[in-house]
Ligand binder design. Structure first.
Ligand code: UDP
Length: 431
Protein backbone atom coordinates (compact mmCIF):
# COMPACT_ATOMS: atom_id res chain seq x y z
CA UNK A 1 0.00 0.00 0.00
CA UNK A 2 1.43 3.35 -0.98
CA UNK A 3 2.40 5.56 1.90
CA UNK A 4 1.57 9.23 2.02
CA UNK A 5 2.00 11.70 4.81
CA UNK A 6 -1.07 13.10 6.43
CA UNK A 7 -1.50 16.86 6.56
CA UNK A 8 -4.91 17.53 7.99
CA UNK A 9 -4.82 21.25 7.48
CA UNK A 10 -3.95 20.97 3.79
CA UNK A 11 -6.50 18.24 3.23
CA UNK A 12 -9.27 19.89 5.16
CA UNK A 13 -8.84 23.01 3.00
CA UNK A 14 -9.22 21.05 -0.24
CA UNK A 15 -10.69 17.77 0.85
CA UNK A 16 -13.01 17.45 -2.14
CA UNK A 17 -10.10 17.46 -4.60
CA UNK A 18 -7.35 15.20 -3.31
CA UNK A 19 -6.51 11.67 -4.50
CA UNK A 20 -7.58 9.04 -2.06
CA UNK A 21 -4.46 7.02 -1.21
CA UNK A 22 -4.82 5.15 2.04
CA UNK A 23 -2.05 3.77 4.19
CA UNK A 24 -1.98 1.95 7.47
CA UNK A 25 -0.82 3.58 10.69
CA UNK A 26 2.70 2.26 11.39
CA UNK A 27 3.30 0.21 14.43
CA UNK A 28 -0.01 -1.54 14.87
CA UNK A 29 1.48 -4.85 13.68
CA UNK A 30 3.36 -5.14 16.95
CA UNK A 31 0.07 -4.91 18.89
CA UNK A 32 -0.72 -8.62 18.89
CA UNK A 33 2.72 -9.93 20.00
CA UNK A 34 2.94 -7.23 22.64
CA UNK A 35 -0.57 -7.99 23.92
CA UNK A 36 0.26 -11.71 24.11
CA UNK A 37 3.40 -11.00 26.16
CA UNK A 38 1.39 -8.83 28.56
CA UNK A 39 -1.38 -11.43 28.81
CA UNK A 40 1.24 -14.05 29.76
CA UNK A 41 2.69 -11.73 32.40
CA UNK A 42 -0.76 -10.97 33.78
CA UNK A 43 -1.96 -14.59 33.65
CA UNK A 44 -2.03 -15.06 37.46
CA UNK A 45 -4.20 -11.94 37.78
CA UNK A 46 -6.52 -13.18 35.02
CA UNK A 47 -6.87 -16.56 36.78
CA UNK A 48 -7.84 -14.81 40.02
CA UNK A 49 -10.42 -12.72 38.13
CA UNK A 50 -11.84 -15.87 36.51
CA UNK A 51 -12.09 -17.62 39.88
CA UNK A 52 -13.78 -14.60 41.45
CA UNK A 53 -16.28 -14.43 38.59
CA UNK A 54 -17.04 -18.15 39.02
CA UNK A 55 -17.47 -17.83 42.79
CA UNK A 56 -19.68 -14.75 42.53
CA UNK A 57 -21.57 -16.28 39.55
CA UNK A 58 -20.97 -13.26 37.40
CA UNK A 59 -20.13 -13.36 33.72
CA UNK A 60 -16.38 -13.16 33.24
CA UNK A 61 -16.44 -9.99 31.10
CA UNK A 62 -18.52 -6.89 30.95
CA UNK A 63 -18.78 -4.82 27.81
CA UNK A 64 -18.31 -1.10 27.23
CA UNK A 65 -19.30 0.56 23.94
CA UNK A 66 -17.26 3.57 22.89
CA UNK A 67 -17.04 5.95 19.95
CA UNK A 68 -13.68 7.28 18.87
CA UNK A 69 -12.72 10.73 17.56
CA UNK A 70 -13.51 9.58 13.99
CA UNK A 71 -16.97 8.39 15.00
CA UNK A 72 -15.93 4.71 14.71
CA UNK A 73 -17.72 2.40 17.15
CA UNK A 74 -15.69 0.03 19.29
CA UNK A 75 -16.70 -2.59 21.86
CA UNK A 76 -14.28 -3.10 24.73
CA UNK A 77 -14.16 -5.82 27.37
CA UNK A 78 -13.26 -5.55 31.00
CA UNK A 79 -13.35 -8.18 33.75
CA UNK A 80 -16.60 -8.13 35.75
CA UNK A 81 -14.66 -8.36 39.00
CA UNK A 82 -11.16 -8.77 40.39
CA UNK A 83 -7.87 -7.01 39.89
CA UNK A 84 -6.99 -4.55 37.14
CA UNK A 85 -10.29 -5.25 35.42
CA UNK A 86 -9.51 -3.00 32.44
CA UNK A 87 -6.58 -5.21 31.38
CA UNK A 88 -9.14 -7.46 29.62
CA UNK A 89 -8.76 -4.95 26.79
CA UNK A 90 -5.59 -6.90 25.90
CA UNK A 91 -7.88 -9.60 24.47
CA UNK A 92 -9.56 -6.96 22.30
CA UNK A 93 -6.11 -5.92 21.09
CA UNK A 94 -5.28 -9.56 20.25
CA UNK A 95 -8.51 -9.82 18.31
CA UNK A 96 -7.56 -6.70 16.36
CA UNK A 97 -10.57 -4.72 17.58
CA UNK A 98 -8.52 -1.91 19.06
CA UNK A 99 -4.85 -0.88 18.96
CA UNK A 100 -2.46 0.12 21.72
CA UNK A 101 -2.10 3.51 20.05
CA UNK A 102 -4.70 4.87 17.71
CA UNK A 103 -7.59 7.26 17.37
CA UNK A 104 -8.49 8.67 20.80
CA UNK A 105 -11.68 7.60 22.52
CA UNK A 106 -11.91 10.76 24.55
CA UNK A 107 -13.23 13.31 22.07
CA UNK A 108 -14.73 13.82 18.65
CA UNK A 109 -13.25 15.69 15.69
CA UNK A 110 -15.13 17.88 13.23
CA UNK A 111 -16.73 16.00 10.26
CA UNK A 112 -14.36 17.49 7.62
CA UNK A 113 -11.29 16.37 9.58
CA UNK A 114 -12.89 12.94 10.16
CA UNK A 115 -13.54 12.64 6.41
CA UNK A 116 -9.95 13.51 5.55
CA UNK A 117 -8.42 11.05 7.97
CA UNK A 118 -10.75 8.18 7.14
CA UNK A 119 -9.93 8.56 3.45
CA UNK A 120 -6.20 8.78 3.94
CA UNK A 121 -5.31 6.39 6.68
CA UNK A 122 -6.51 3.15 8.18
CA UNK A 123 -6.40 3.49 11.89
CA UNK A 124 -8.32 1.84 14.65
CA UNK A 125 -9.25 3.38 17.93
CA UNK A 126 -6.43 3.13 20.45
CA UNK A 127 -6.31 2.77 24.19
CA UNK A 128 -3.49 5.32 24.07
CA UNK A 129 -3.11 8.42 21.95
CA UNK A 130 -0.92 11.49 21.87
CA UNK A 131 -4.01 13.57 22.61
CA UNK A 132 -4.77 11.58 25.78
CA UNK A 133 -1.16 11.90 26.89
CA UNK A 134 -1.19 15.69 26.44
CA UNK A 135 -4.58 15.88 28.15
CA UNK A 136 -3.30 13.97 31.15
CA UNK A 137 -0.25 16.24 31.54
CA UNK A 138 -2.25 19.37 30.68
CA UNK A 139 -0.08 20.26 27.67
CA UNK A 140 -1.75 22.71 25.32
CA UNK A 141 0.85 23.20 22.64
CA UNK A 142 -1.10 21.55 19.79
CA UNK A 143 -4.75 21.20 18.78
CA UNK A 144 -6.57 17.84 18.86
CA UNK A 145 -6.31 17.49 15.07
CA UNK A 146 -2.59 18.41 15.04
CA UNK A 147 -1.88 15.81 17.73
CA UNK A 148 -3.70 13.10 15.79
CA UNK A 149 -1.90 14.16 12.62
CA UNK A 150 1.49 13.96 14.33
CA UNK A 151 0.66 10.62 15.90
CA UNK A 152 -0.61 8.99 12.71
CA UNK A 153 2.42 10.21 10.76
CA UNK A 154 4.78 8.58 13.26
CA UNK A 155 6.95 5.51 12.63
CA UNK A 156 7.41 2.33 14.65
CA UNK A 157 9.80 4.00 17.12
CA UNK A 158 7.22 6.76 17.73
CA UNK A 159 4.57 4.10 18.22
CA UNK A 160 6.64 2.25 20.81
CA UNK A 161 7.64 5.40 22.67
CA UNK A 162 4.02 6.53 22.79
CA UNK A 163 3.15 3.22 24.49
CA UNK A 164 6.04 3.69 26.91
CA UNK A 165 5.15 7.31 27.69
CA UNK A 166 1.49 6.38 28.19
CA UNK A 167 2.41 3.61 30.64
CA UNK A 168 4.75 6.00 32.45
CA UNK A 169 2.05 8.65 32.73
CA UNK A 170 -0.34 6.05 34.20
CA UNK A 171 2.36 5.04 36.66
CA UNK A 172 3.11 8.66 37.64
CA UNK A 173 -0.33 10.24 37.49
CA UNK A 174 -2.71 7.27 37.75
CA UNK A 175 -5.82 6.68 35.74
CA UNK A 176 -8.50 8.12 37.95
CA UNK A 177 -9.10 11.27 35.91
CA UNK A 178 -12.87 10.61 35.73
CA UNK A 179 -13.22 10.30 39.48
CA UNK A 180 -11.67 13.70 40.13
CA UNK A 181 -13.84 16.73 40.84
CA UNK A 182 -13.70 19.77 38.63
CA UNK A 183 -14.14 23.24 40.06
CA UNK A 184 -13.48 26.79 38.89
CA UNK A 185 -11.32 27.58 41.93
CA UNK A 186 -9.32 25.11 43.99
CA UNK A 187 -7.99 25.46 47.46
CA UNK A 188 -4.41 24.14 47.36
CA UNK A 189 -1.89 24.68 50.18
CA UNK A 190 -4.12 27.43 51.58
CA UNK A 191 -4.15 29.36 48.30
CA UNK A 192 -7.09 30.02 46.01
CA UNK A 193 -5.99 28.69 42.61
CA UNK A 194 -7.82 29.42 39.33
CA UNK A 195 -8.49 26.07 37.75
CA UNK A 196 -8.18 27.59 34.30
CA UNK A 197 -7.58 25.96 30.96
CA UNK A 198 -4.91 27.71 28.87
CA UNK A 199 -7.68 29.45 26.96
CA UNK A 200 -9.34 30.66 30.17
CA UNK A 201 -6.01 31.96 31.44
CA UNK A 202 -5.29 33.91 28.25
CA UNK A 203 -8.85 35.27 28.31
CA UNK A 204 -8.36 36.41 31.91
CA UNK A 205 -5.13 38.19 30.97
CA UNK A 206 -6.40 39.96 27.87
CA UNK A 207 -10.11 40.48 28.51
CA UNK A 208 -10.74 44.15 29.17
CA UNK A 209 -14.53 43.74 29.61
CA UNK A 210 -14.17 43.77 33.36
CA UNK A 211 -13.22 47.33 34.14
CA UNK A 212 -10.50 47.31 36.76
CA UNK A 213 -9.14 50.60 37.96
CA UNK A 214 -6.09 48.75 39.24
CA UNK A 215 -3.64 46.56 37.35
CA UNK A 216 -4.63 42.93 37.82
CA UNK A 217 -1.80 40.68 38.94
CA UNK A 218 -1.39 37.02 37.98
CA UNK A 219 1.17 34.53 39.34
CA UNK A 220 2.05 31.05 38.13
CA UNK A 221 2.51 28.82 41.15
CA UNK A 222 4.63 25.72 40.95
CA UNK A 223 6.50 23.35 43.27
CA UNK A 224 9.14 25.98 43.99
CA UNK A 225 6.68 28.75 44.86
CA UNK A 226 4.67 26.43 47.11
CA UNK A 227 7.84 25.36 48.95
CA UNK A 228 8.84 29.02 49.32
CA UNK A 229 5.37 29.95 50.59
CA UNK A 230 5.46 27.18 53.22
CA UNK A 231 8.91 28.25 54.44
CA UNK A 232 8.15 31.95 54.34
CA UNK A 233 4.78 33.22 55.61
CA UNK A 234 5.44 36.66 54.17
CA UNK A 235 5.71 35.14 50.68
CA UNK A 236 2.54 33.10 51.33
CA UNK A 237 0.68 36.34 52.14
CA UNK A 238 2.08 37.94 49.00
CA UNK A 239 0.90 35.07 46.81
CA UNK A 240 -2.57 35.40 48.38
CA UNK A 241 -2.75 39.02 47.24
CA UNK A 242 -2.67 38.16 43.52
CA UNK A 243 -5.87 38.52 41.52
CA UNK A 244 -5.24 35.11 39.96
CA UNK A 245 -2.99 32.17 40.72
CA UNK A 246 -2.46 29.69 37.90
CA UNK A 247 -1.17 26.16 38.54
CA UNK A 248 2.08 25.43 36.71
CA UNK A 249 3.71 22.03 36.30
CA UNK A 250 3.19 18.36 36.98
CA UNK A 251 3.86 18.77 40.74
CA UNK A 252 0.77 20.95 41.04
CA UNK A 253 -1.18 18.40 39.00
CA UNK A 254 -0.19 15.66 41.45
CA UNK A 255 -1.05 17.86 44.43
CA UNK A 256 -4.46 18.78 42.97
CA UNK A 257 -5.12 15.11 42.38
CA UNK A 258 -4.25 14.34 45.98
CA UNK A 259 -6.83 16.98 46.98
CA UNK A 260 -9.35 15.23 44.69
CA UNK A 261 -9.33 17.74 41.83
CA UNK A 262 -8.62 17.63 38.16
CA UNK A 263 -6.50 20.52 36.92
CA UNK A 264 -7.85 21.88 33.66
CA UNK A 265 -4.50 23.04 32.36
CA UNK A 266 -0.80 23.17 32.93
CA UNK A 267 -0.59 26.94 32.94
CA UNK A 268 3.11 27.58 32.75
CA UNK A 269 4.20 30.89 31.29
CA UNK A 270 6.36 29.28 28.61
CA UNK A 271 3.52 27.30 27.03
CA UNK A 272 1.17 30.21 27.52
CA UNK A 273 3.24 32.87 25.74
CA UNK A 274 2.45 31.79 22.13
CA UNK A 275 -1.28 31.74 22.95
CA UNK A 276 -0.98 35.14 24.62
CA UNK A 277 0.95 36.64 21.68
CA UNK A 278 -1.65 35.34 19.23
CA UNK A 279 -4.45 36.89 21.27
CA UNK A 280 -2.54 40.18 21.62
CA UNK A 281 -2.15 40.40 17.84
CA UNK A 282 -5.89 39.73 17.39
CA UNK A 283 -6.87 42.26 20.06
CA UNK A 284 -4.18 44.80 19.09
CA UNK A 285 -2.79 44.68 22.61
CA UNK A 286 0.86 45.17 23.48
CA UNK A 287 3.37 43.46 25.75
CA UNK A 288 6.22 44.86 27.84
CA UNK A 289 9.06 42.49 28.76
CA UNK A 290 10.82 43.34 32.02
CA UNK A 291 13.45 41.08 33.56
CA UNK A 292 16.32 38.64 32.86
CA UNK A 293 19.95 39.50 32.11
CA UNK A 294 20.78 42.54 29.92
CA UNK A 295 19.92 41.86 26.27
CA UNK A 296 17.82 38.76 26.95
CA UNK A 297 14.40 40.49 26.90
CA UNK A 298 15.36 42.24 23.63
CA UNK A 299 16.30 38.93 22.03
CA UNK A 300 13.08 37.33 23.25
CA UNK A 301 11.12 40.32 21.85
CA UNK A 302 12.77 39.89 18.42
CA UNK A 303 11.96 36.17 18.39
CA UNK A 304 8.34 36.81 19.33
CA UNK A 305 7.86 39.54 16.74
CA UNK A 306 9.25 37.27 14.01
CA UNK A 307 7.01 34.40 15.16
CA UNK A 308 3.90 36.54 15.54
CA UNK A 309 3.84 39.18 12.81
CA UNK A 310 1.97 42.26 13.96
CA UNK A 311 2.82 41.69 17.63
CA UNK A 312 3.43 44.98 19.43
CA UNK A 313 6.22 44.81 22.01
CA UNK A 314 5.84 48.16 23.71
CA UNK A 315 9.23 47.98 25.43
CA UNK A 316 11.85 45.88 27.17
CA UNK A 317 14.01 46.30 30.26
CA UNK A 318 16.49 43.96 31.92
CA UNK A 319 16.03 42.84 35.53
CA UNK A 320 19.36 43.72 37.13
CA UNK A 321 18.95 47.44 37.77
CA UNK A 322 19.61 48.77 41.25
CA UNK A 323 16.55 49.31 43.48
CA UNK A 324 16.59 53.07 43.15
CA UNK A 325 15.77 52.74 39.46
CA UNK A 326 12.31 51.35 40.13
CA UNK A 327 10.65 54.72 39.56
CA UNK A 328 12.40 55.07 36.22
CA UNK A 329 11.36 51.56 35.19
CA UNK A 330 7.74 52.15 36.18
CA UNK A 331 7.67 55.43 34.26
CA UNK A 332 9.06 53.66 31.19
CA UNK A 333 6.48 50.86 31.50
CA UNK A 334 3.59 53.31 31.92
CA UNK A 335 4.78 55.61 29.13
CA UNK A 336 4.96 52.64 26.76
CA UNK A 337 1.17 52.27 27.09
CA UNK A 338 1.53 48.48 27.27
CA UNK A 339 -1.52 46.34 28.02
CA UNK A 340 0.27 43.34 29.52
CA UNK A 341 3.47 43.50 31.55
CA UNK A 342 5.60 40.35 31.92
CA UNK A 343 8.04 40.42 34.84
CA UNK A 344 10.79 37.78 34.73
CA UNK A 345 13.01 38.07 37.80
CA UNK A 346 12.50 34.69 39.50
CA UNK A 347 10.55 33.94 42.70
CA UNK A 348 10.06 35.58 45.15
CA UNK A 349 11.61 38.78 43.72
CA UNK A 350 9.21 39.15 40.78
CA UNK A 351 6.09 38.64 42.91
CA UNK A 352 7.34 41.09 45.54
CA UNK A 353 8.22 43.68 42.91
CA UNK A 354 4.78 43.45 41.33
CA UNK A 355 2.87 43.72 44.61
CA UNK A 356 5.01 46.59 45.80
CA UNK A 357 4.40 48.59 42.62
CA UNK A 358 0.92 47.44 41.57
CA UNK A 359 -0.68 50.80 42.48
CA UNK A 360 1.77 52.72 40.31
CA UNK A 361 1.32 50.51 37.25
CA UNK A 362 -1.18 51.50 34.58
CA UNK A 363 -1.25 48.37 32.39
CA UNK A 364 -4.29 46.10 32.35
CA UNK A 365 -2.48 42.95 33.55
CA UNK A 366 0.93 42.15 35.01
CA UNK A 367 2.29 38.63 35.29
CA UNK A 368 5.31 37.09 37.05
CA UNK A 369 6.85 34.72 34.53
CA UNK A 370 10.18 33.38 35.88
CA UNK A 371 12.72 32.25 33.29
CA UNK A 372 10.40 32.85 30.34
CA UNK A 373 12.65 35.27 28.43
CA UNK A 374 15.64 32.93 28.79
CA UNK A 375 13.71 30.31 26.79
CA UNK A 376 12.40 32.64 24.10
CA UNK A 377 15.75 34.35 23.60
CA UNK A 378 17.44 30.97 23.18
CA UNK A 379 19.66 31.59 26.25
CA UNK A 380 18.33 28.35 27.77
CA UNK A 381 16.90 25.57 25.64
CA UNK A 382 13.48 24.16 26.38
CA UNK A 383 13.22 20.52 27.36
CA UNK A 384 12.52 18.01 24.55
CA UNK A 385 8.84 17.24 24.05
CA UNK A 386 9.11 13.62 25.23
CA UNK A 387 10.25 14.80 28.69
CA UNK A 388 7.45 17.35 28.84
CA UNK A 389 4.97 14.66 27.80
CA UNK A 390 5.77 12.70 30.95
CA UNK A 391 5.80 15.80 33.15
CA UNK A 392 9.58 15.72 33.72
CA UNK A 393 10.67 19.05 32.26
CA UNK A 394 12.41 19.85 35.52
CA UNK A 395 15.03 17.10 34.84
CA UNK A 396 16.13 19.06 31.76
CA UNK A 397 16.38 22.30 33.70
CA UNK A 398 18.40 20.58 36.40
CA UNK A 399 20.82 19.19 33.80
CA UNK A 400 21.22 22.64 32.27
CA UNK A 401 21.75 24.57 35.49
CA UNK A 402 22.79 21.90 38.04
CA UNK A 403 24.24 24.33 40.58
CA UNK A 404 21.53 26.97 40.69
CA UNK A 405 18.67 24.49 40.41
CA UNK A 406 20.01 21.79 42.79
CA UNK A 407 18.11 22.98 45.84
CA UNK A 408 14.97 23.73 43.94
CA UNK A 409 14.66 20.31 42.33
CA UNK A 410 16.79 17.74 44.16
CA UNK A 411 15.78 18.95 47.63
CA UNK A 412 12.58 20.81 46.71
CA UNK A 413 10.75 18.12 44.73
CA UNK A 414 10.93 15.34 47.37
CA UNK A 415 10.11 17.94 50.05
CA UNK A 416 7.05 19.03 48.08
CA UNK A 417 5.89 15.39 47.71
CA UNK A 418 6.44 14.82 51.44
CA UNK A 419 4.45 17.93 52.30
CA UNK A 420 1.70 16.97 49.86
CA UNK A 421 1.30 13.26 50.48
CA UNK A 422 2.55 12.71 54.05
CA UNK A 423 1.82 15.99 55.79
CA UNK A 424 -1.32 16.60 53.72
CA UNK A 425 -0.55 20.34 53.49
CA UNK A 426 -2.25 20.47 50.10
CA UNK A 427 -5.58 20.27 51.92
CA UNK A 428 -4.95 23.38 54.02
CA UNK A 429 -8.01 25.63 53.55
CA UNK A 430 -7.75 29.11 52.05
CA UNK A 431 -6.80 31.55 54.80
N1 UDP B 1 16.57 37.60 37.27
C1 UDP B 1 16.46 38.97 37.14
N2 UDP B 1 16.87 39.77 38.18
C2 UDP B 1 17.37 39.25 39.34
C3 UDP B 1 17.42 37.84 39.47
C4 UDP B 1 17.01 37.05 38.43
O1 UDP B 1 16.03 39.47 36.12
O2 UDP B 1 17.72 40.03 40.21
C5 UDP B 1 16.12 36.76 36.14
C6 UDP B 1 17.10 35.70 35.70
O3 UDP B 1 18.04 36.26 34.81
C7 UDP B 1 16.18 34.71 35.03
C8 UDP B 1 14.90 34.84 35.82
O4 UDP B 1 15.01 36.03 36.56
O5 UDP B 1 15.94 35.09 33.70
C9 UDP B 1 14.67 33.73 36.86
O6 UDP B 1 14.48 32.58 36.25
P1 UDP B 1 14.19 31.25 37.07
O7 UDP B 1 14.82 30.18 36.30
O8 UDP B 1 14.55 31.40 38.49
O9 UDP B 1 12.64 31.25 36.97
P2 UDP B 1 11.63 30.05 36.97
O10 UDP B 1 11.01 30.08 35.63
O11 UDP B 1 12.36 28.80 37.24
O12 UDP B 1 10.70 30.46 38.08
Amino acid sequence: MKKTKLSLQRMAQSFKHYDSITYTYSGTYIDRPLAIVLILILLPCFLINTLLALISRKSLFSIVRKTDALNQQVILHSFSCGLWVKTAVLFDICRGKIAFCGVPLTHSLSPDIQFCILNQIKSKAGIFSLYDLHLKIGLTVMSKAQLLEQQLNGNLADYLTLILKSFMSIFLYGQTVNKLKNAKYLSLFGLRVNNASMDDAVKWITDTDTLNDKTQIGFFINVNSINLSIDNTQFFKELSKANALFADGSGMRLAAKKAGYLLNGNNNGTDMLPHLCKRCVENKQSLYLFGAAPGVADKAANTLVSQFPGLNIAGTEHGYKADNNDEQIITAINNSGCDVLLVAMGSPLQEQWLLEHRDQLQCHTALAVGGLFDFYSGTISRSPMWLREIGMEWVWRLLQEPRSKFNRYVIGNPLFLYRTFFLGLVNTGVK
